[in-house]
Design a protein around this ligand. Sequence first.
Ligand code: BTX
Length: 325
Amino acid sequence: MKEAVLEILRHHRGTFISGQELSERLGITRTAVWKHIKTLQQEGYRIEAQPRRGYCLQEVPDFLYPEELRAGLSTSCIGRNIVHYHEVGSTNTVAKQLAERGEREGTVVIAEKQTEGRGRLGRRWESPYGKGIWLSIILRPRVATDAAPSITLLAAVAVAKAIKNFCGLEALIKWPNDILVRGKKVCGILTEMKADMDVVEYVVVGIGLNANLEVQDFPEEIRDKATSLRILLNKKISRVNLVRKLFGEFESLYNLFREHGFSPIRSMWKEMNTTLGQQVQVNTLTSVYSGLAVDITEDGGLVVETKEGTKVFYGGEVSLRKHLN
Ligand code: BTX
């Protein structure tokens, strides 16, 4: 009901609508209307209330509230159900808990701040308050476990397209999960999965996108390799609009994946990548390999021509010789 009140206020943004009209249109008492207005004001919506004129929405807060994200969202699955936190340990951890309890596909957990944002291999992901896009998407693809790594690549293509179409910046993908703009990391993706036998039960795709961070928001030791859209564009962007765009791109690619498999996404990935054709060093948990990255396989593995022959990697840390990592 709060969302319905907001919807009407949003429709009349900048003009007054009376408590009487709101109560009639929504079929609730004027006291109930007032309670919803109070809640919205506490959430940061600037709503002016005047005795005879009613209510006027003047400003929406710069938070990734479900009500904001859903207004004008064109998807039918991704982001239709959103769980928002001002502060949380890790959105991936919460999303996995929800998935365990049977939460539906497309549900998104999103936070203004993560206190324990996770990268791969136990690394930390810096997630300061109100400036980034820290979210996790629950998926339930009906695929075998070996198709799951390709979902990380799908997510990378979705982010790169969203950045390109929303900000006009050339975003390139470094295998498997980094999005770079002008050689610096603007986004990281952490995909986690649960399987039953050889079939995927759920996948949680965690996306950390540096939207409005400023240089001082990054710890000094990563300032030379990390950046944000705000730094690149020299202006603040609308996180809400960018998230909506991202959901749209993600859903289109995910539908494509479900209908035609990884192949069409692989072609897009290849067009947007900064890894193939490069001399790379791949650190796996046990060894280090050097060679020329030549291709990705039909299931998202990286093919590298090394001195020891052709090798395919599904995990590991890739350093590009020409970029900082
Ligand atoms: P990664 O292991 O590839 O990258 C982690 C490394 O990136 C860190 O060791 C550090 O050097 C650098 N780094 C840390 N924070 C940032 C940042 N904000 N911007 C750029 N570089 C950074 C990448 O792991 C996967 C990250 C996924 C993050 C999302 S956020 C929502 C979801 N929840 C969660 O806990 N993780 C995911």
